[in-house]
Write a protein that binds this ligand. Structure first.
Ligand code: ARG
Length: 454
């Protein structure tokens, strides 16, 4: 590639050290797409003939078909995907191939390829997120009437519906989709035409190229264009947050599937056994997904650190952007797909959920609200219920078992109808503020999500 200037061969050790073809080969489709658009601009500018352009396009397509079929021979001495394709094209079609790199550098080429590649991956990840959201909504709908304890500090707090809990994750995933679509917008700007650093003295119609490739606009500063990897960092950050959400959901699934909670059954197809303990059925999908969060966070930190302190403009360091990006994209896509499969087969264990949610302490706050409705200031009501709870602890009983007389000894505001507070279905129906889990609210949320995700 640089044979004019150099007298000695590249050391073999350096070849292995500096090659990226072993991982950037997967940019081939986007590299060819970019080159085809670039060749159209070359023809438009009169730099190649219509025939030359045809032979470039046909040649690139033939190479693409071979790569797709797995028959193309990549060469490590050609470093990267850009040189592998271009050099093979020139070997096949001659002079026209050698004209392809006019007014282009690998610096603006790789910046273009990676944007094209990640743009597609954004769409595919957004679809993966939507599929998981749909699986969660379907599960919520199947188990719509199941009530479970809601937890804060992993201590029983207040009753919620299982569906409401699942829909919390649908909300988180919706923000993830939003972040990915925002990232895609900022990514969808064409850097090609920025050359190595300062554009080119040969004028090509960049806006024409952008339109060919479906970019919304063209970059406005050639130096920024070749050294910018913000879009990759943004995507890695958005994926790190997807990983956070998946790992929190994993943790809930693991707890729910444990013998202590028993809130759900996971289908055999998505669990594994133990080689030693015959009784085991392990939630490996959730554990692996939770575990993979580490590498997804690591990839973000890795790219940020690679970029930190790089002087303008392109530096070879930037080749290190690819592996973390590919790894996060693959990891999140795979985790989403397998998690979706698992959630589709989850069933609530209605008996275990009913027995857990029968704990009347979950309704202690409702009892305080009862006193508030009778005019007691909330802080005071809290204390009066606290006293009843203390009595329960003393006697080893639950709130509904305290006789009315003992309640009234705590406060005359307690009346016989206080016991209505312990009716779980009334308690759920009363939670009807926007965003709260009354059955009516949950069912309208299910309707909303089904239409939003369809
Ligand atoms: N393989 C390189 C990368 O991924 C392509 C750009 C190389 N540019 C250069 N001037 N060495 O960053």
């Amino acid at each position: 590639m640089w044979k004019g200037r150099f007298q000695e061969q590249t050391a073999e050790l350096l070849q292995t050290f500096s090659e990226s073809i072993s991982f950037d080969w997967r940019l081939w489709r986007h590299d060819i797409e970019g080159s085809i658009a670039h060749s159209a601009a070359l023809e438009r500018a009169g730099l190649i003939t219509k025939e030359e352009r045809t032979s470039i396009v046909d040649g690139l397509r033939a190479i693409g078909a071979e790569i797709e079929a797995g028959t193309f021979q990549f060469k490590i001495e050609l470093e990267d995907i850009h040189m592998n394709i271009e050099s093979e094209l020139t070997r096949r079609i001659g002079a026209a191939g050698a004209k392809l790199h006019t007014a282009r550098s690998r610096n603006d080429q790789v910046a273009t390829d990676i944007r094209l590649y990640l743009r597609d991956e954004c769409d595919s990840i957004a679809r993966g997120i939507r599929d998981l959201q749909s699986a969660l909504v379907e599960l919520a709908e199947r188990e719509q009437d199941v009530i479970i304890p809601g937890y804060t500090h992993l201590q029983r707090a207040q009753p919620v519906s299982f569906a409401h809990h699942l829909l919390a994750y649908v909300e988180m995933l919706e923000r993830d989709r939003g972040r990915i679509s925002d990232t895609r917008k900022r990514m969808n700007i064409l850097p090609l035409g920025s050359g190595a650093i300062a554009g080119s003295t040969i004028l090509l119609d960049r806006e024409f190229v952008a339109a060919q490739l479906g970019f919304d606009s063209v970059t406005q500063n050639s130096m920024d264009a070749v050294s910018d990897r913000d879009f990759a960092v943004e995507l890695l950050a958005a994926l790190a947050l997807v990983a956070t959400h998946l790992s929190r959901l994993s943790e809930d699934v693991i707890l729910w599937a444990s013998s202590e909670f028993k809130f759900i059954h996971i289908s055999d197809a998505y669990t594994t056994g133990s080689s030693l303990m015959p009784q085991k059925k392990n939630p490996d999908v959730a554990e692996l997904t939770r575990g993979k969060t580490g590498r997804v966070y690591g990839n973000l930190m890795s790219l940020l650190t690679t970029l930190k302190g790089l002087p303008m403009t392109y530096n070879r360091d930037m080749q290190e952007d690819k592996e973390p990006v590919f790894d996060s994209v693959d990891t999140i896509k795979n985790s989403l797909a397998v998690f979706t499969g698992m959630m589709r087969g989850v069933k609530a264990n209605r008996t275990a959920c009913a027995s857990a949610v029968a704990d009347p302490m979950l309704l202690a706050t409702d009892l305080a609200d009862y006193l508030v409705n009778r005019g007691v200031p909330f802080r005071h009501a809290h204390e009066l219920v606290g006293k009843a709870v203390a009595l329960c602890t003393q006697r080893g009983c639950d709130l509904p078992q305290i006789p009315l007389a003992d309640y009234q000894a705590i406060s005359p505001e307690y009346q016989a109808d206080l016991f209505d507070c312990f009716d779980l279905s009334k308690a759920m129906a009363a939670r009807k503020a926007i965003g709260a889990p009354s059955p009516a609210n949950v069912s309208s949320q299910l309707v909303r999500w089904k239409s939003a995700l369809s």
